[in-house]
Design a binder for this molecule. Structure first.
Ligand code: L34
Length: 244
């Protein structure tokens, strides 16, 4: 479900639909106008919760300001919550007993694993503490036996903290925020950002051109974490269909 006219959301949802079509997942799009009421959204979610042939429900965030995001997420049947945003699924991630992993953090873990990088015992620093990325990212790294630090806008001496990282995950939402002097030589740098630079060009939270010279490995934007987010959504959806 996509509500309103956010052009970035439009691109992401189109990419999700394309991925579904490519691998043979049936999908329905509910594209609703900006002025849709919360009741209308909740009614559609209720119908989808009951539909036997629907295994996954995703409401693209952010929602328009007049909609209570929490109420919408809470309305999704946790068994169909392929984003893993429902409090039940968030709790399960905390315990380490989960079916669905939030797509972006799961994509980051997959990138690390597929690159042959061992997380166990490593110093991992996550910049950003959102419910969608920062917090679940920290939990997934912790479950992989990393030593995890979460930092944010109020962190003192941020640079001193990020420089300790063997694996640095940037999820702040500020274009080119991470500079070379914030990164340890040989670190693995993962860029979750989807920002616009001064020329309106898509870029990440990491200053790629600077940081690539100090990092042992670094993800680009676009073509890094974004496509992985979508791949993990597909994985959660297949899982949902197979365990129902
Ligand atoms: N409910 N809301 C819900 N679930 C999610 O998992 C998301 N997220 C984030 C925003 N809101 C959400 C996404 O889908 C971020 N996100 C997302 C998904 C796909 C891409 C980026 C963010 C993506 O496809 N990125 C492409 C470039 C896209 C472009 O050209 O603008 C890339 O190569 O990085």
């Amino acid at each position: 479900m996509i509500v309103g006219n956010n052009s970035a959301s439009r691109v992401y949802v189109d990419n999700k639909k394309k991925a579904c079509a490519e691998i043979g997942i049936y999908s329905e799009e509910y594209a609703l106008p900006e002025e849709t009421t919360q009741e209308e959204i909740l009614k559609i979610i209720d119908e989808l919760n009951k539909k036997e042939d629907i295994n996954g429900i995703l409401v693209q965030l952010p929602l328009p300001k007049h909609i209570d995001e929490k109420a919408v997420i809470n309305a999704i049947d946790p068994k169909k919550d392929v984003d893993a945003f429902h409090p039940v699924n968030v709790g399960k991630i905390m315990i380490g007993d989960f079916d669905f992993v939030p797509c972006t953090p799961a994509g980051v873990m997959e990138l690390i694993k597929e690159s042959g990088i061992d997380v166990q015992g490593k110093e991992c620093v996550v910049i950003g503490r959102s419910n969608i990325v920062g917090k679940p990212q920290a939990m997934l790294l912790l479950h992989s036996n990393a030593t995890v630090t979460i930092c944010h806008s109020k962190t003192r001496d941020l640079k001193e903290v990020t420089k300790r990282a063997d694996i640095l995950v940037a999820a702040v939402g500020i274009a080119k925020f991470v500079k070379a002097d914030m990164v340890k030589e040989g670190a693995v740098v993962i860029d979750v950002g989807m920002d616009r630079d001064e020329n309106g060009k898509l870029c990440g939270d990491v200053d790629f051109e600077e940081v690539k010279n100090v990092a042992a490995a670094i993800t680009p934007v676009p073509g890094g974490v974004g496509p992985m987010t979508i791949a993990m959504l597909m994985k959660n959806t297949v899982k949902s269909a197979s365990i129902k």
